[in-house]
Structures are given as C-alpha cells and as structure tokens.
Write a protein that binds this ligand. Structure first.
Ligand code: TXA
Ligand code: MG
Length: 318
C-alpha cells in the first residue's frame, strides 16, 4: 500500500475504480466511486463489512448533491448552511443514480460535505461523489491518522492520502431528514443542542438496536480494541488494578503506581478528549505491556454523549 500527500495519485486511483483512504475532519474514510457498483463492492470486501450496513456519500458542496436525490428539503438546506462543510451527515431520499449497494437497498442515502482541504481537493478533481465509511476493519477502532489505516489494510487499499491527524476524531453526526421532525441517528460532533439552534426544537435521538440494520454506527459491537476495555466508576480506579492495566482518564484523576495512564484531556475538555479518543485506544491496543484498559464514563452532555455512545459499543462486560 502506498502512502503520501499526492492528491493527483489519489484522484487517479479513484478514477480507476480503486480504494483510497482519505482524511476528513472526523476520521479517515475508505473512499471509492459512489456511482460505480464494482468500486463500492471493494469497500465492503476490504472492511469485511456486512452488506446490510449502508455507506455515507461525500460531495464537494450542496449543489452537487442535487442530481443524486429526489429533493433537498428546506430543513436540510438550513442544516447544511449552518454546519457544512463539516461533521454532519443528512439522510435524504435518493434517486437511481446512487446504486442500491451503497444504501443497502434503502430508499434513503446518507450525504455529507467533508471539511478537510485534501478531501475537498480530491472531490474537486472528480466528476463523481465518493462513498466512504470509516477506514477501519468492521468493528475495530476508527482511524484518526494514516498509521491507523496502514496497520489495518494491505494491498486492497491503493493509496493512503496523508492529511495529518483528524481534527474532531469522532464520526459525523447523522440526522434523518426524511422525517419531520428530523431525528438524530448517530451522535457526533454536532450535538442536539447545536442542531436545536437551527431547528427551533431539540431533535430526538433515535433508539436503535443491532437488530435494525438501518442503525447507523449503531451495531452493538463497534469501535472496539482487541484488548478488554472496562468502563468503571472513578472510585474503582483507586482500588488496586490487575497487573498490566492501563487507564484512559478524563480530567484530574488520582494515580496509583504500577498503572499506565493515558490522559485524554487533563483539563476535562470534551472536545480535546474526543480528538484523542480513538488515537489513545489504538495506542493502548498496540502496547505490549498493556493487557486491559480501564476508563470511566464521560459527563453525559454535549460531545460526552457521543463519547459514551462509543464506549457503550466498544466496552467489554465485566
Ligand atoms: O464522519 C463520518 O461520517 C465518517 C467519515 C469518513 O466521513 N464516515 C463514517 O462512515 O463514519 P461509516 O460507514 O463508518 O458510518 C456510517 C453510518 C453506518 O453505520 C450506516 O449504518 C449509516 O451511517 N448509514 C449510512 N447510510 C444510511 C441510510 N441510508 N440509512 C440509515 N443509516 C445509514
Ligand atoms: Mg465506521
């Protein structure tokens, strides 16, 4: 697999129908031509992703979405106007220019306008949109830097475009705009409170389970390290922990000897913690001296809700 900063090479591989990992402001995406069934099939194969889990399609701007959907409702225009380009994905009714494989046969398509300059550059060179799920093997920790992609994929990925570390480090918020009132399908950097400023109401967060295949990022086991990850109460962290434990902390935490600590945000900033979250899990999963990882729940507000959601799916049961 090739890795570098060559935009032209990335564009060329995508035109050939190959897979290219691209940086976004949220996580790295594994991109392919969204209008070409064969290219899209390669994404599912490389990720070992079940075909019932639909993909997000990335566009350079709102105008370029129009030819691929039945319509863009007023509410979607308002949300795009406020938050795009940026970490927001909207569900709209698709038309037949989006192949069924992209949406797992659903009549809606998830669309997003990413805000990373390299991704934007690539899109500006192409005359088709890009389907791109997070560039991780299905169920594993999401990638927030090129090395995370490289360690998971072999030659199935033609090129990894290095755009540095992802700014947000958590996947986009997904909002279903095929319904009125709209609903949040996946919590992310754009919180319900932020959406409420545009909508004049606070959107409901859909409760979805793994038995519903349309559930975005909501399949039960997801984002998980290979090592056990336990979410415990803060008071349990001052008890002796088993040998070779690491603790992922948020804010000031009392420390005991013999434990490896990874501080997500010593000053307890959720934004900073989110940016470091997947990177830290990758790092701890790689460390030979660490056998199990402990952490605590984040405050259940704003970005903390999205982080807790990831923890709920990534954690092992005690
Ligand atoms: O931040 C992001 O959104 C990243 C970057 C690469 O853009 N992408 C991402 O894609 O997180 P992925 O495939 O890992 O997660 C997309 C989620 C899936 O869990 C899928 O179930 C949901 O979006 N989704 C896609 N299309 C959908 C649809 N038509 N209806 C319901 N859910 C959909
Ligand atoms: Mg994903």
């Amino acid at each position: 697999m090739n890795q570098g900063t060559n935009i032209d090479l990335a564009v060329e591989e995508l035109r050939k129908g190959n897979l290219v990992a691209l940086p976004t402001e949220t996580v790295y995406g594994l991109a392919a031509n969204a209008t070409d069934e064969q290219s899209v099939t390669k994404i599912f194969a490389a990720k070992r992703r079940p075909f019932f889990d639909p993909l997000i399609v990335h566009f350079k701007d709102v105008e370029s979405i129009l030819p691929f959907v039945e319509s863009i409702p007023e509410v979607a225009y308002s949300l795009f106007a406020k938050f795009s380009p940026g970490p927001l994905t909207l569900l709209l009714q698709k038309n037949d220019r989006i192949p069924g494989i992209v949406t797992s046969g659903l009549s809606s398509v998830a669309v997003r306008i990413p805000n990373h300059p390299d991704f934007q550059r690539v899109l500006h060179h192409l005359d088709f949109p890009l389907a791109a799920p997070s560039a991780n093997v299905f169920g594993y920790i999401s990638p927030t830097e090129p090395a995370h992609v490289v360690k998971q994929f072999g030659d199935e990925v033609a090129y990894v475009l290095d755009g540095g570390r992802c700014e947000f480090g958590l996947e986009s918020t997904i909002v279903d705009c095929t319904l009125e009132p709209v609903r949040i399908l996946r919590k992310g950097a754009i919180t319900a409170e932020m959406l409420a400023e545009v909508l004049d109401y606070t959107p409901e967060e859909a409760k979805v389970s793994s038995s519903q295949p349309t559930a975005p990022g909501n399949i039960d086991v997801h984002y998980a390290p290979k090592k056990p990850l336990y979410v415990v109460d803060a008071k349990d962290l001052i008890e002796p922990l088993p040998a070779n434990s690491a603790v992922m902390t948020f804010g000031k935490t009392p420390k005991v000897p013999g434990v490896f600590y990874a501080d997500l945000s010593p000053s307890a900033e959720l934004f900073e913690a989110a940016a470091a979250f997947f990177r830290t899990l990758h790092q701890l999963d790689e460390m030979p001296s660490v056998r199990q990882i402990y952490t605590t729940w984040f405050p259940e507000q704003g970005l903390g809700k999205a982080l807790n959601d990831k923890l709920r799916r990534a954690k092992s049961s005690i």
